[in-house]
Design a protein around this ligand. Structure first.
Ligand code: AKB
Length: 316
């Protein structure tokens, strides 16, 4: 039977991934871990939950051993804007947590997943339809962590035979758990404010294109990649994946199809704008499509309709 340990289980991806994995493999098959315990969280209440600071290698290995896991999904990390504000903390948490999780996977022969990001690219990367393999010279601490993480996962596969797998996620949009400290988060906040206020002030400038994906597509991508036949994977880690390349005016126009009076204004945050400007406008996901059948169901309009419906039910 499959047994999966998830770190960062109360975060934006974790809080939905844990629930999906428990639906698929059974509640007891997923050990959710996070640095804190949240009251009334379905993740905490629907199956095994353990407190884990991912920088504590000993406890990570002990938990993985005592729960006899065969898969580790390592999600705990600081996102781009927070990492820029606290670079040393980001290095210690993002890199320390990753190497501890990889070591546990090596020692226990676990399959392993961790997400990289479009943040692994930088200003000298080709900006449009960024290829799978290209220049990666990011100018943010988050990007440095992500490139190093991609290489480290490849290293653990080649050196130790650990079945490491991963994708480069774009901005992820969800109505369940808000993200914290990302650059792409405007594309989540805008829907909350559209419902609550009928207006939004964007910290990302008009015309700034970034890739995005709706959370149900992101969860499917993780599960499909983990279940893919390893023999078909030429790349193992850091597959480019995306559903749409969008800028704030396009999100506003999609929202206006449901809320015609919605207004968008701008108060650009120079730090997050500089990060966004250093990232691609759009990335090419053909390697993921060819090697493990990556596909998405949600475009901007379909995602907008679902976000607004779900948020109306949640917020009003
Ligand atoms: C962020 O904005 O930091 C993340 C990401 C694209 O990795 N959403």
């Amino acid at each position: 039977m499959k047994k999966i340990l998830v770190t960062g289980a109360l975060g934006q991806i974790g809080s939905e991934l844990v629930m999906r994995l428990r639906e698929l493999y059974g509640a007891e098959a997923v050990v959710a871990t996070d640095i804190r315990k949240a009251d009334n969280s379905p993740v905490v209440e629907s199956g095994p939950f353990e407190i884990l600071d991912v920088t504590d290698a000993k406890r990570m290995l002990e938990l993985a051993k005592s729960h006899q896991v065969d898969t580790i999904m390592h999600l705990a990390a600081l996102l781009s804007a927070t990492a820029e504000a606290k670079p040393l903390l980001a290095w210690n948490l993002n890199m320390g947590g990753l190497v501890n999780a990889l070591e546990a996977a090596r020692e226990l022969s676990c399959q392993f997943f961790t997400p990289s990001s479009i943040g692994a690219f930088g200003p000298s990367t080709p900006k449009v339809q960024t290829p799978q393999e290209t220049i990666q010279r990011p100018t943010t601490m988050y990007g440095v962590n992500k490139v190093a993480g991609e290489l480290l996962c490849d290293y653990y596969y080649h050196k130790f035979g650990v079945d490491t797998r991963g994708v480069r996620f774009p901005g992820l949009i969800s109505y369940v758990t808000p993200p914290g400290g990302g650059t792409t988060d405007y594309a989540v906040d805008i829907y909350y404010q559209a419902i609550l206020e009928g207006s939004y002030t964007s910290y990302i400038a008009k015309g700034t294109y970034m890739d995005m994906m709706y959370m149900p597509d992101a969860l499917n991508a993780i599960i499909d990649l983990m279940e893919a036949d390893g023999a078909r994977l030429k790349h193992r880690n850091a597959f480019n994946v995306t559903a749409m390349s969008i800028e704030p005016e396009q999100v506003a126009a999609a929202i206006r199809k449901h809320l015609p009076d919605f207004t968008l204004s701008y108060q650009v945050d120079p730090v997050r704008q500089a990060i966004a400007d250093s990232w691609p406008d759009s990335i090419d996901a053909s390697a993921a499509r060819e090697e493990w059948g990556f596909a998405t169901k949600y475009d901007l309009d379909k995602m907008t309709e679902d976000m607004l419906t779900k948020l109306r039910g949640k917020l009003l």
